[in-house]
Design a protein around this ligand. Structure first.
Ligand code: SF4
Length: 241
């Protein structure tokens, strides 16, 4: 069987590419990595730390987002041989049916990178996405994000991500009741506790520390893993780190 090579003359709408830095969150926390941040999101979380990728009311998206050749995205991400490339957003899976998506995955894989894809869990991975991703960092949103439950919780899509066997489920939490909600959700979805990471909400060290202190004990008691946001501790809310 022959396969058609991906069209590397394609482009994707991106906000930024940066690295090497570290993956600051989840199972790969602390690991050297580069990031490709694509534009657009299908949610509108109140505490979103990347609203410049989707919120046209607060940002000039024509200035924030650029249709960028995938060869440029891949070349910049692979500079400095980060080993791991994280495709994030926004919601990057919004792009997965564009030719540029396939080409980008091909270029990163050919460049020797492992690929983590960060998603809010509302979109099922296409076969090409499921094949190329080393890991999905799935971050379903709790009520405090402000999105409606039908918008933020999509059981069939979460099940598809879970079925890849390569999904880590990461939840932004502020208080013990949030951890209880995580336990209820993940039990209903059949996600083992060992594949759950609970993370404090915050874009300052003070906020992260306060929320972490509130959620650490209940998270451990529930059998979950804990992650911080290492990049915030190192560089605050600085963009592109
Ligand atoms: S899903 Fe992520 S990128 Fe989209 S609004 Fe929520 S926090 Fe922001």
């Amino acid at each position: 069987m022959t396969t058609t090579p991906p069209d590397t003359s394609t482009a994707l709408v991106a906000a930024e590419v940066f690295g090497p830095t570290v993956q600051g969150e989840g199972p790969s926390c602390g690991r050297r990595a580069a990031f490709i941040r694509l534009g657009g999101c299908n949610l509108a979380c109140t505490w979103c730390d990347t609203p410049y990728t989707w919120d046209a009311r607060r940002f000039d998206l024509r200035a924030e987002l650029t249709r960028t050749p995938v060869t440029d995205l891949a070349a910049r991400a692979l500079e400095g041989a980060p080993g791991l490339v994280v495709i994030t957003g926004g919601e990057p899976l919004l792009h997965q049916h564009q030719p540029g998506w396939t080409a980008l995955l091909h270029l990163l894989t050919a460049g020797g990178a492992e690929i983590e894809i960060e998603t809010n869990g509302t979109i099922a991975p296409a076969p090409i996405t499921a094949t190329a991703a080393t890991r999905f960092n799935v971050s379903p949103k709790l009520p405090h994000a402000g999105d409606t439950e039908p918008a933020r919780i999509r059981p069939a899509q979460l099940a598809a991500l879970n079925a890849t066997g390569r999904a880590a489920f990461k939840f932004v939490c502020r208080m013990p009741a949030d951890v209880d909600q995580v336990a209820a959700y993940t039990a209903a979805w059949g996600v083992p506790a060992a594949r759950v990471w609970v993370m404090p909400e915050g874009t300052t060290t003070a906020a992260l520390n306060a929320h972490l202190a509130a959620i650490a004990n209940p998270a451990i008691k529930a059998g979950f893993n804990i992650t911080t946001r290492l990049h915030v501790h190192a560089w605050g809310d600085e963009r592109g780190r």
